[in-house]
Design a protein around this ligand. Structure first.
Ligand SMILES: [Zn+2]
Length: 150
C-alpha cells in the first residue's frame, strides 16, 4: 500500500460524470460503478448524492447487486409462489434475485392482489370434487382438501 494520502481526490470531469450518471441509470450498484470509473465507492456515492440534490433524475440509492426490472414472467412466479405458499428464498433462488428483493415483491404483489377485484374471496365449486369452498383468489380453484392432495 502506498502511503500517499491525497485529501483531494481527482476532480470529476464532465466525461466521468456522464459515465457515472449513465451507470446509475442502468441500475448498477455503487461498487460496480466505482470499479468501472476507477473511483472509490464513497466517491461514487457522494457524487451521486450531489448530482441528485442538484436535480439530476437518478434512481434511488442501491444497496447492492444490480437492479433488474421485473418481467411479467417473474411476477407470475411470485404470484404463484404466494398462492402456493412457497418460501421466498426458494423463489429468490429460482429467479436469481436477493431474498430482500423477493420479499419486497411479495409484499407489493400481495397488496395489489388484495386490491384487485379478481382476488376478492368468493365461494367457488371445487374443480376437482365439485364441493363449494371459499376461494381466496382467481387462480384458487381447488378446495383445501383437493389442493393439499395435489
Ligand atoms: Zn375439492
Amino acid at each position: 500500500m502506498s502511503a500517499v494520502s491525497s485529501s483531494a481526490s481527482p476532480a470529476w470531469s464532465a466525461e466521468d460524470e456522464a459515465r457515472l450518471i449513465a451507470a446509475s441509470r442502468a441500475g448498477l450498484s455503487y461498487p460496480v460503478i466505482a470499479e468501472q470509473i476507477g473511483r472509490s465507492v464513497c466517491a461514487v456515492a457522494g457524487r451521486l448524492k450531489l448530482l441528485r440534490s442538484a436535480g439530476q433524475a437518478l434512481p434511488a440509492k442501491l444497496t447492492g447487486g444490480t437492479v433488474r426490472a421485473w418481467t411479467d414472467a417473474e411476477n407470475e412466479v411470485v404470484i404463484k409462489a404466494l398462492a402456493d405458499g412457497r418460501g421466498q428464498h426458494l423463489v429468490a433462488r429460482e429467479l436469481g434475485r436477493s431474498d430482500k428483493s423477493i420479499k419486497a415483491r411479495f409484499n407489493l404483489l400481495r397488496t395489489k392482489q388484495n386490491a384487485d377485484p379478481r382476488h376478492v374471496e368468493t365461494i367457488r365449486n371445487c374443480r376437482c370434487c365439485g364441493k363449494k369452498f371459499k376461494s381466496t383468489w382467481c387462480m384458487n380453484r381447488l378446495c383445501a382438501h383437493c389442493g393439499s392432495k395435489s
